[in-house]
Design a protein around this ligand. Structure first.
Ligand SMILES: Nc1ncnc2c1ncn2[C@@H]1O[C@H](COP(=O)(O)OP(=O)(O)OP(=O)(O)O)[C@@H](O)[C@H]1O
Length: 490
C-alpha cells in the first residue's frame, strides 16, 4: 500500500470506508476519507486493505477482483446488491444477500430453464447454478452431493433451500406428483416449526437435513427431511414481540366455524401459551376482513394485524390444508393433528393449587375442570388418567422394573406463579410443560418423519405391479439405487 492509493479503512458503522493514505507510521496509517477530505484519522495497518481502482465496478466472481480481501469482497457484494444482483460467486461458493422484496423474473420458470445443464460461471451467479452443478456432478461422478446453506437468522437460508428444491424438481423431476409433494412438504413444516421472531417473521426454529433422491435415470423420485433441535421452550413461552409456532394462530384464524367449535378455540389472548407473546395475526387488508372479530385479540383490535408480504395466517392455513392433502393426509388425519394442536393450547390453561392436606401434593383448581375435559377429549385421553398424570410422577429405581413409585407433585411453595419465570419453577407446571412439550414434539416428529413423502412415492412407483412384494423384488433385480443430493439448512 502506497501513499495516495485508495484503501478501505475501518468505519464504526459501515464496516469500511474508502480513503487515501496520507502518512505511513510504524504500526498505523494516516487515512483521509474520500467522503471527508481534510479530516484524517489513524488506523492500524492490519485493518486497512487495498481498494480496487474503480470501486463502483463489480464482478460476478469475487475471485476476479484485483485485490481479494474482506473489504473488496463486501464492496463488490454491496455494489451488486444495489443493482438487484443479490448473488455473487466466490469460485463455487455462492454468496446471497437477502433483498427482502421480490426481484422480477429472478426465479421465473424461464430462468430455471436457462440454467439447466449450464456450467458454473457461464451465466450470472444464481442459486440455480449451484443446484445444477450439484446435479451434474452427481450424474458424472456417480456420488452423492451436498449443498450447505448457512447464515444468520433471516439471511435467506430457508428461501434459498426452497429455490433449490423447486429447481431440482422442476428441471429433473419425473413430472409426477412426487415433485409437487417434495415442494409442498415445506408449508407444512413451516407451520409447525416456524415462528415470528424479532429478526425474522418466518424464522425456522429447527435444523433441517433435506435429502432429494434420484433413480438410475437421474430423475427425482423421492425426498426425505430429518430435523433436529426444535426450539421447545417456544411452545410455552415467547418474548413480548415474538409468537409461538404459526400453526396455533393459523388454526385460530383460519379454521372453519365447525372445527373452531369442535376444538373449543378462541382468540389467541385466551391461551396462556400464546398471550405472553404477540397475539396478532399476519393478515393483509383483505384477509383481515375475513377473520371474525371474536377470533381477534384486543391487541390486534387496537393496533391491527401484522403485515408481511409472504405471510397470511388465513391464506397460509388454507395452503397448509392443501399441502396436507398433497402429501397424503386424509381429513381424519388432518383433524387429528388439529386436535393435538388445540389440546396443547388448552393444556396451557390448566391451573393447580396445593391440596393443603398433610399428605402434600396438589390438585387442579376447580375452574380448570372444563379445560381438563377439553384436553382429554382432544388428546383422546381418559380425563381421570390425565388428571393423575399431571399431578403425580412415577419414579423408577435404577434396577428397573415396570411399576415404580407414584410420587405426588407439589406446586412450588411460596412462589408467585403468575410470573412465567416462577411458574416454570413450579414442579407441577414443569410436569405439565414436559407433557405438553412431548405431545407437540411427538406431533412434529410425526409430521416430519411421516415417511409418506418417500414411502408413498415408492408405493406409487410400484403400483403398476401386482403387489408390493413383487415390486420390491423388481426393485432389487433392477439394482435400482438412489443417489442423493443433500441440502443442509442449518
Ligand atoms: N431471495 C429472496 N427474495 C426475496 N425475499 C427473500 C429472499 N430470501 C429471503 N427473503 C425474505 O426474508 C425472509 C427471511 O428469510 P428466511 O426465512 O429464508 O431466513 P433464514 O435464514 O431461513 O432465517 P432463520 O434462520 O431465522 O430461519 C423471508 O421470509 C423472505 O421474506
Amino acid at each position: 500500500m502506497d501513499d495516495g492509493k485508495p484503501v478501505w479503512a475501518p468505519h464504526p458503522t459501515d464496516g469500511f470506508q474508502l480513503g487515501m493514505i496520507v502518512d505511513i507510521g510504524a504500526d498505523t496509517l494516516t487515512i483521509e476519507p474520500v467522503s471527508h477530505r481534510g479530516k484524517t484519522f489513524l488506523a492500524p495497518i492490519s485493518q486497512v486493505f487495498p481498494a480496487e481502482d474503480d470501486v463502483n465496478k463489480h464482478v460476478e466472481d469475487n475471485c476476479s477482483l484485483m485485490y481479494l480481501n474482506e473489504a473488496t469482497l463486501l464492496n463488490n457484494v454491496r455494489v451488486r446488491y444495489s443493482k438487484d444482483m443479490i448473488y455473487t460467486f466466490v469460485a463455487n461458493i455462492l454468496i446471497a444477500v437477502n433483498p427482502y422484496y421480490d426481484i422480477p423474473k429472478l426465479y421465473a420458470p424461464e430462468t430455471i430453464k436457462s440454467y439447466q445443464g449450464r456450467s458454473l460461471g457461464t451465466l450470472p451467479p444464481h442459486v440455480y447454478a449451484i443446484a445444477d452443478k450439484a446435479y451434474r456432478d452427481m450424474k458424472v461422478l456417480k456420488m452423492s452431493q451436498s449443498i450447505i446453506v448457512s447464515g444468520e437468522s433471516g439471511a435467506g437460508k430457508t428461501e434459498n433451500t426452497k429455490f433449490v428444491l423447486r429447481y431440482l424438481t422442476t428441471s429433473y423431476g419425473t413430472g409426477q406428483d412426487i415433485d409437487e409433494r417434495i415442494v409442498e412438504a415445506n408449508p407444512l413444516l413451516e407451520a409447525f416449526g416456524n415462528a415470528k421472531t424479532v429478526r425474522n417473521n418466518n424464522s425456522s426454529r429447527f435444523g433441517k437435513f433435506v435429502e432429494i433422491h434420484f433413480n438410475e435415470k437421474n430423475a427425482v423420485v423421492g425426498g426425505f427431511v430429518s430435523h433436529y433441535l426444535l426450539e421447545k421452550s417456544r411452545i410455552c413461552m415467547q418474548s413480548s414481540d415474538e409468537r409461538n409456532y404459526h400453526i396455533f394462530y393459523r388454526l385460530c384464524a383460519g379454521a372453519s366455524e365447525d372445527i373452531k367449535n369442535m376444538l373449543h378455540l378462541n382468540s389467541p389472548d385466551n391461551f396462556r401459551y400464546l398471550n405472553r407473546g404477540c397475539t396478532r395475526y399476519f393478515a393483509s387488508k383483505d384477509s383481515d376482513k375475513q377473520i371474525m372479530q371474536n377470533r381477534k385479540s384486543p391487541e390486534q383490535m387496537k393496533v391491527g394485524a401484522l403485515r408481511d408480504p409472504q405471510l397470511d395466517d388465513v391464506g397460509d392455513f388454507n395452503r397448509m390444508c392443501i399441502a396436507m392433502k398433497k402429501i397424503g393426509l386424509d381429513d381424519t388425519e388432518k383433524l387429528n393433528l388439529f386436535r393435538v394442536v388445540a389440546g396443547v393450547l388448552h393444556l396451557g390453561n390448566i391451573d393447580f393449587e396445593e391440596t393443603g392436606s398433610t399428605s402434600g401434593g396438589c390438585v387442579l383448581k376447580n375452574q380448570s375442570n372444563q379445560t381438563l375435559q377439553y384436553c382429554a377429549e382432544l388428546l383422546g385421553l381418559d380425563q381421570d388418567d390425565l388428571r393423575v398424570s399431571l399431578t403425580t410422577r412415577v419414579m423408577l429405581t435404577t434396577s428397573g422394573g415396570t411399576k415404580g413409585t407414584v410420587i405426588k407433585i407439589v406446586v412450588a411453595g411460596g412462589q408467585d406463579r403468575s410470573s412465567p419465570d416462577n411458574a416454570m419453577m413450579g414442579y407441577v407446571v414443569e410436569a405439565k410443560i414436559v407433557f405438553m412439550t412431548l405431545v407437540y414434539i411427538h406431533m412434529f416428529w410425526v409430521i416430519i418423519q411421516d415417511k409418506k413423502i418417500i414411502i408413498l412415492e415408492i408405493i406409487s412407483y410400484l403400483s403398476k405391479y401386482e403387489s408390493f412384494k413383487m415390486g420390491m423384488q423388481m426393485f432389487i433385480d433392477l439394482n435400482l439405487c438412489f443417489r442423493v443430493i443433500e441440502s443442509l439448512d442449518l
